[in-house]
Design a binder for this molecule. Structure first.
Ligand code: NAP
Length: 248
């Protein structure tokens, strides 16, 4: 009988892992999504949507649905679900692996200004001519509303709530991956003078960093929260090797 693997998804790696496992003999992947976006790309294998009801709810789900392993492939900035995964896997006595993609690193010609969180990012934006490009998703825009001296452009997948307090905010609806040529044209067209980004890592959203370097504009880079700890890897092929080693 195939081993059921629960993938906590919402990241490129989560989709790629489900794709690979669905094509292999011996594994049956189920991907779990929080349900934050109104539509999402299709995933290979089975899927479910919505919270579990905390760590206890996740533990119950793992046991009830007879999973053999849990893979936390959530985004590096999704903290709560990763903490819950640790507790639930321990309580359910099933192996847990986290896929944590490497962060981006600043290189020659970059003007990155690292900050700890959104509040610090809002304060760190210099006074400038041109627009500030927010690429931080739609749920944590509120701290930037305090900067009524700045004209913001926020790139989001779905419409944010609670943006009434912004003096100058334009929304652009788009879903990655974003290529170099399109980003170059976007920065030029909108006269982007500063970029605000989370240090998400990965290839899908990296083009904006190259364009910021080309245009010699500052990047307010929000550093990652502390990782949850436990066994982790950086890529999908390592996760497959780990699963093979589990004798499940
Ligand atoms: P979070 O703060 O860590 O989680 C909040 C709650 O949402 C969790 O306690 C859990 O509810 C539920 N949840 C989160 N991920 C889930 C999943 N994959 N399956 C089922 N329930 C989930 O998460 P977040 O930062 O809001 O992110 C939500 C999702 O969006 C994550 O899956 C993440 O991979 C994806 N994402 C996040 C970011 C980001 O910057 N945070 C960026 C891109 C994608 P219960 O306690 O009820 O189980």
């Amino acid at each position: 009988m195939a081993s059921r693997i629960l993938i906590l998804g919402g990241s490129t790696e989560g989709f790629a892992l489900a794709d690979t496992l669905a094509q292999m003999d011996g594994f049956e992947p189920v991907t779990s999504f929080a349900g934050r976006t109104r539509s999402r790309r299709p995933v290979a294998g089975a899927s479910r949507i919505g919270g579990f009801g905390g760590a206890d709810g996740l533990r119950d789900y793992l046991v009830r649905e007879n999973f053999s392993a849990l893979i936390d492939a959530t985004h590096p900035f999704a903290q709560k679900i990763s903490q819950n995964a640790q507790k639930a896997a321990l309580a359910a006595k099933i192996p847990l692996l986290r896929i944590e993609r490497p962060p981006w690193r600043a290189g020659k010609g970059d003007d990155w200004r690292p900050v700890a969180d959104m509040q610090a990012a809002a304060k760190a934006i210099p006074q400038l001519q041109g627009r500030v490009f927010l690429t931080i998703g739609r749920t944590r825009l509120a701290p930037f509303a305090a900067r009524d001296d700045i004209h913001f452009i926020a790139r989001v997948i779905d419409a944010p709530e609670d943006i009434k307090k912004f003096s100058h905010l334009e929304l652009v609806f788009a879903r990655g991956p974003f290529d170099i040529a399109a980003e170059r044209a976007f920065f030029a067209e909108h006269q982007i003078a500063c970029l605000v980004s989370k240090n998400s890592g990965g290839a899908a959203a990296a083009a904006k960093l190259q364009i910021a370097r080309e245009r010699a504009i500052p990047v307010i880079m929000i550093e990652r929260p502390k990782p949850p700890g436990g066994k982790s890897c950086t890529a999908v092929d390592e996760a497959i090797n780990w699963l093979r080693e589990q004798n499940i």
